[in-house]
Design a protein around this ligand. Sequence first.
Ligand code: BGC
Length: 929
Amino acid sequence: MNLRDIRVEYRKNPIGLSVKRPRFSWKMESDEKETVQKSYQIVVKKCIPDLNSRPEGAGPWSGPKQQLEEIVWDTGVTESDESVLLEYDGTELEPECVYHVRIQTEDNHGNRAYADTTFETGIFDNQSFHGDMITHNFAGEETACPVFWKEFSIGKKVARARLYATAHGVYEVCLNGKKVEDYYMAPGWTSYHHRLQYQIYDVTEQLSRANRIEMTVGNGWYKGILGFYCQPDQYGDRVSAFAELRIVYEDGSRESIATDPSWGVRTGKIRYSEIYMGETVDTDAPEIQTGQVSVMDFDKSVLTAQENEPVRITERIPAEKLIVTPKGEKLVDFGQNITGFAEVHVHGKKGQKIQIRHAETLDKDGNFYPETLRQAKSADTYICSGQDQILHPHFTFHGFRYICVEGMETMEPGQFTACVLHSDMEKTGSFWTSNPKVNQLQSNIAWSQRDNFLDIPTDCPQRDERLGWTGDAQIFSWTAAFNRNTALFFSKWMRDVAAESSLEKGVPHVVPDILRQYSAAAWSDVAVIIPWVVYQIYGDRRILEENWKCMHEWVDHIQSHCGENGLWQSGFQYGDWLALDKEESADRTGATDKYMIANAYYLYAADLVRRSAEVLGRHEEARRYAQLYEQTLEAFRKEYYTPTGRIVSETQTGAVLSLYFHLAREQDRPRILKNLLTNIENHKNHLSTGFVGTPYICHALSENGAHQTAGTLFMKEDYPSWLYAVNQGATTIWERWDSIKQDGSFDESGMNSLNHYAYGSVGDWLYRKAAGLSQLEPGYKKFLVRPMFVKGIEETGVSFESVYGKIEVQTSCRNGKIRVYVQVPANTSAVLILPEKEGEITLGSGSYEYEYETDTSLEVKRFSLDSTLSEVLAQPLAVEMFNRMAPGMLEGPMIQFAYQMTFAEMLGAAPEARPLYEAVIDALNEQEQ
Ligand code: BGC
């Protein structure tokens, strides 16, 4: 048995930790089956540098010194199987100290193992920072980014140097000409009036005798243009900088160098920088101005140590090809819609100007199409120095697959690299199948997550929006937590949600809140849902504790807005946003009664608050919310169901919420399911749901005995469906089911992003139902494996790095054989329900394989008599065959009425056409191979 992957607050060997009671997690690995942890012991020691035992002349920045250690916490041998997020409970930790942690465990087979790690605390008391927040005195019209600088020398040998830095704006800090870390867009976006993150850098190795520190600050989210009205100065009209370098010398003395009026300020090569608009960098002869530094009023209590993973370049994608468009534009295609920027390697002429613009797609004629960006210009401009240069922007990011290059006479693909930027969360989950289109969909989901998890969860990364829309994040949060470890990311963002919510005003629609709009169902419910997701996926109780106030206040807020009937039926609602079932297409809220949705979510939230209260041991509150739930459910049933079991909104979403949230009376469920199936059948097995119904439609079907319909609906390839976009060449998830129409034209309502993860929430169904992996206990301490076959997918695989270790499930059904492979990590257990078998099998840790016979075949042909005429006519081969075999048929005046009919339906009127239809279907299926 082995211990691996010890984490302190989810991180490996963190520095600058300001959490007073950090939590420790570890993973056990064992070759023996059914391994469980029997006991653990945690010993934490404070490291005290032993100045006397340091050998004379040890190098100034040399390796480890002798340390004395003092035990600050020893749990003793504790009988327990807990191994995730155990909270420190020793002597109060001291700031700026290194601690050594040893974990020892024994398993149920008598094996023992131990492993070590360290962590370093940072600042616990913000008032102990000496630095000032400093600003400049450049004129308001000056767009160049200020560079704050300071020179200093060091006479003694440095043992350890930590730089703490932040800004009002976004910053980069260089020490002796080198960027101190590979972070971008620091300090990130928080609710700045309440909370401002600072970053912590280990700069021990970067110091020399004479030093120069430089901090360049861009407008970023603080002062920059933001929101769909493109307003600047959301938080303030002047950027500023804060830094404090704390040095511990080898002789034990300390010194700090912090931002104060003695710093200098000048403008630099970044002449203009806006997140939406792009950046201008003059590397030739920018006109440098020198200014005066002054101290800003600044409340240090808002400072908080970096809470989530920093934004980094996580991938560099080479250019796929160069294109000259029909309009003559010179483009580079990177083959993938990403968030980040393009890096250009040039040896330009001195003073040569190069401009890069960005777009997600080309129009149907193959020209550059930046319309999905709306007013965001997303143009990066460079003035060359005449030398060999690698050019890129610093304080902006774009959503793009294509760039349009101006100002370069010759271009080679090798000169361009797309740099992918996002919060550097650990990849934890992968999902694959034997079906390439489903795999592409999964890739699109994973990419839209990466592209939109840039410090906050955004709706989209490209247009003049990029805001922390709460509804989108909530809908996608289950899927997201599977793909990447989102615990720190969401914990940080939820603190901003809490900071900007209150009992009186409710919860904002976007966080950080720049819109000042509050309280809408499915959006504001983020306050309750995301803490619950993080608790379920990672076993993190603290997020429930931290958010408890905000969670229950959201439910209390709704309650205070309910009418006499106990229901919430007033005020603004987004409804089933972007659903397809509303006739007035300009209204984006869908056909489902908006207040039915609001109250369905109210019930869902009240129930999660009740469950959270139970987890937190708040029994009185748990009872209160249980009661509220029961009363509201009764009122809901009275209002939204007829006595005979019909829903007032007989839409797909109305039925889905009734079933999935368990709102309908037990006796009415069969009728509601039947009506849902009829509705889906009337839509030729297509969905018509928006943001609210889409995440649950397949779940609701699979859980209510209609899994086959879920599979059929999911595997649809024509509009509206998930695979429609895949067939149209999408590399990310679109905002709309028809963002790009069949004829290559676009939705032109002014809201059409090609990188919006909300509909990617079907990922949760793929993992839980198709691949069959769900947590039964928080953190997957116990989990369910229940793969459910989908016609058209002969093989599924899922791998998930849980907080206990790696879980794997692989299932195949082909050639008359079902095979299932399950890997259960040590210290967990699983309940397995094998496809087409009765009963449950309980599994301890280890790997298991099953193989047995079946008559089931999951092979399907894409086209059949159930295909609609329009689906078939989307294939040029079909058009050609009809024109050849039944000349004139497609020109007939009535043909448009048949577009939405299936061949089976058309045969009712003209049975003699069967050979023709079958010939076309066979040819199309052959073409698919
Ligand atoms: C955003 C959404 C958001 C919605 C709310 C849009 O502009 O892009 O995804 O949830 O507004 O209405």
